[in-house]
Design a protein around this ligand. Structure first.
Ligand code: ADP
Ligand code: ZN
Length: 728
């Protein structure tokens, strides 16, 4: 009987397609294959095989491809994600499959050159320089040698032609150097040792699975900033790789710095393999292969690393688990922390979540015993948490057009006089968040989005932070034509830098935000330079709040602690608390104690009060109570449907038709459609429906049935489903 293979194709398709396996091709679930689809050939994955009499009418599978098959747990993860997020199964597969693109395929082998004992035919001065540089007999890349000698590449090529230099093929740099779990390390503090013992004891790596002392619940490793959580989970990583199993460390993309990689190297002797959007084609594929073969023992990566084909996964760490960067908000809307927990379950491997300020959901899971909870209550090495004080801006106003209050300026001054660093934190990129004409009142708005254009003085442009649209900052008002009336309203980091430079003209001021010129690599270098003490005043957005260790930094000034508290989002308090805890925690991580000054108009707001008193427990208790009373996650379930179209009426009408088809049963509430918080993005108008259900309702089943009976999607209407939206 013919063998029929169900092939899942990495496109927006919900179900696999059937093909017949040609004679002689023995297919198994997980195999990566090539199949015809319409007029073209495409890559897919075998989702199932069965003998079936009807098979002879089907098109045959073209061939099996030489890629590692997808393991059972990984295929289950794809099924799980599709079911949970309601994304097409093929779209979920696409995240796992990401095959090399054509452009990436042809990486040239690395070639190095070495001096021979044959003298060159014509010893010109340039050639002599090259030979002098190569005289030690070492291997060097061609361009490195040319650069070292200060000559052009053609001189080196000439010497190769002459035989005075010879070329040697070298093995490419290993993508996955082997970390040594027993590399000598500095001793753990008693608190850390205790945490390590508690963390690792129930993990099953060195025991036969039958022996059921394993406790595979996820672990929340909670501890204030600087408490030494990283060193604690490094020990779990060590224990895992000691028995040859692989560990995955997930980080919010921004925390993936050279600093972290170096810290890893200090513990394990080598830097770990890093997986992020910056690594290019061929290297990416080699790393993926090393992961699939179990060669790469530790991978550190941003959220997409979760979909790597590990052969023997033994541990997943989600560092800073509360970070919003873990939520993907386009395509498949998934939360990498939650999916890490799912993958851990499917692979029967432990998952460790770390945070100084856990997400409310995670805290509740720990309180209910669904997660184990391990606490590191104090900073490592007896270091104190910074003293935090508020500056009441109603009493201590800066001069007009200035943003640094007198007490903050004084604190910066004395910090710099002691030779220490100050960080001024403002979570706003650019120069000013709003530009307005004083003569006619015109406000400059994005033409594609419902957002104000943000002035970037350095680029001399008005920029939309939503879609990237930019225009030159006009000389005269584009509405009324008058000159000299355009006014920058409010501060961004560039404007604070201007103020700081005026106040401290002979100090080195650096602005760190995602606009940093020169891209991610330059930014990483700059962060490392700050850590090395090579600047006096750092002015930064949330980019500097997280994951970095600046040993010379002793003062943190928060410029506008109230940003975010005023939005209607029920998560605003949690977010603000997390961000402020984190940024103030940057102070005093080195030898010297730190302090933080927080400019606020609402010193009595519960978030600010909790920050000042350091009473996180109380904050969590109150937040959790408020969520429970409102039936919000994790006490109820939420999903958002975003309906968008290029015409406002079309989007709204579709939203209304959906609402009419909602038919919410007992325990389900449907709200909207209402204009989405961002009502216009990239030329598309957006309306939002919110679904709120009780905890025991099968939210996905309800959504599926609703969408199925709802209006057909026509024209350019799009409906995006976001289960567990992060803002609501
Ligand atoms: P967290 O991740 O909780 O914020 P870290 O793990 O970054 O804390 O530790 C804070 C600081 O203490 C870091 O500079 C780290 O190098 C140092 N540290 C932590 N544990 C040790 C240890 N056992 N020995 C030496 N230094 C340590
Ligand atoms: Zn825009």
């Amino acid at each position: 009987m013919p063998v029929v293979a169900e092939i899942l194709i990495p496109l927006a398709l919900d179900t696999p397609y059937s093909y017949v396996a040609p004679a002689g091709l023995d297919l198994a679930a997980g195999d990566v294959v090539q199949v015809p689809l319409g007029p073209r050939e495409i890559v897919g994955v075998v989702w199932g095989v069965a003998e079936s009499p009807g098979g002879s009418n089907l098109r045959p599978v073209t061939d099996r491809l030489p890629f590692p098959p997808l393991s059972d747990p990984l295929r289950s993860l794809v099924d799980w994600i599709a079911r949970y997020t309601l994304a097409p199964k093929g779209s979920a597969l696409a995240m796992v499959l990401r095959l090399p693109d054509e452009a990436a395929a042809g990486e040239t082998a690395r070639v190095a050159v070495r001096i021979t004992d044959k003298p060159p035919a014509r010893p010109t001065p340039a050639r002599t320089k090259v030979l002098a540089a190569a005289a030690d007999g070492g291997l060097r890349g061609k361009s490195a040698l040319a650069k070292e000698a200060g000559v052009s590449l053609s001189v080196v090529d000439g010497l190769i032609d002459d035989g005075a230099l010879e070329t040697v093929a070298v093995a490419p740099e290993p993508v996955a150097p082997r970390p040594d779990p027993d590399f000598p390390r500095s001793p753990l503090s008693p608190a850390q040792a205790e945490a390590v013992a508690a963390l690792v004891a129930p993990f099953p790596w060195d025991r036969p699975p039958a022996e059921d002392s394993a406790d595979l619940r996820p672990v929340l490793l909670e501890g204030v900033t600087g408490s030494g959580k990283t060193e604690v989970y490094f020990e779990a990583v060590a224990a895992c790789i000691r028995v040859g199993r692989q560990a995955l460390i997930l980080m919010p993309e921004i925390a993936l710095t050279a600093q972290f990689l170096d810290r890893f190297a200090a513990r394990f002797g080598v830097r770990p393999a890093a997986w992020h959007s910056g690594i290019g084609g061929r290297r990416r594929e080699r790393l993926r292969a090393a992961v699939a073969e179990g060669e790469a023992l530790v991978v550190v990566g941003a959220r997409s690393a979760l979909f790597l084909p590990f052969a023997r996964l033994g541990l997943i760490v989600v560092d800073e688990e509360h970070e919003t960067a873990y939520k993907q908000e386009d395509g498949v809307h998934y939360h990498a922390r939650d999916m890490a927990v799912v993958r851990g379950r499917l692979e029967s491997c432990p998952v460790v979540l770390t945070s100084a300020t856990p997400a409310i959901e995670t805290r509740v899971n720990a309180a209910r015993g669904r997660y184990r909870h391990i606490l590191l209550p104090e900073r490592f090495g007896g270091r104190r948490l910074p003293d935090i004080a508020a500056i009441d801006m109603r009493l201590d106003q800066p001069e007009r057009g200035r943003f640094l209050s007198p007490p903050l300026v004084n604190a910066v001054k004395s910090t710099l006089e002691r030779g220490e660093q100050a960080l001024l934190f403002l979570n706003r990129r650019g120069y000013a968040p709003l530009t307005l004409c004083r003569a006619c009142g015109h406000r400059y708005q994005c033409k594609n989005c419902s957002t104000w254009l943000v002035e970037h003085r350095f680029r001399r442009a008005l920029v939309c932070h939503q879609c990237g649209y930019a225009e030159r900052r006009p000389e005269a008002c584009t509405e009324c034509g008058t000159f000299d009336n355009l006014t920058a309203c409010g501060p961004g980091v560039e404007r604070i830098a201007e103020e700081a430079t005026a106040l401290f003209p002979d100090r080195r001021v650096v602005v760190l935000s995602s606009d940093f010129p020169g891209g991610a690599e330059r930014l990483r270098q700059e962060l490392d330079a700050v850590a090395a003490g090579e600047c006096d005043i750092v002015i930064g957005t949330q980019l500097v709040a997280k994951g970095h260790n600046f040993p010379f930094l002793t003062l943190v000034g928060v410029l506008d602690a109230d940003i975010g508290l005023t939005s209607g989002d029920p998560r605003a308090a949690e977010r603000t608390f997390q961000l402020l805890q984190q940024v103030t925690g940057r102070a005093g991580r080195g030898e010297k104690p730190g302090r933080a000054l927080v400019q606020t108009y609402q010193p009595d707001h519960p978030v600010i009060a909790a920050l000042l008193s350091g009473d996180a427990e109380r904050f969590y208790a109150e937040e959790i109570q408020a969520r429970e009373a409102a039936g919000l996650p994790p006490f109820g379930r939420l999903a958002a449907l975003i309906v968008s179209a290029t015409e406002r009426e079309v989007a709204e009408a579709h939203g209304q038709a959906l609402a009419r088809a909602a038919e919410p049963p007992e325990g389900v509430m449907v709200l909207g459609p209402a204009e989405a918080p961002l009502a216009l993005v990239r030329g598309r108008y957006r309306f939002r429906l919110l679904v709120k259900t009780e905890r025991n309702v099968d939210l996905q089943a309800y959504l599926r049935a609703w969408i199925a009976r709802g209006p057909k999607v026509r024209g350019n209407v799009r409906v995006a489903i976001d289960v567990d939206p992060q803002s609501f």
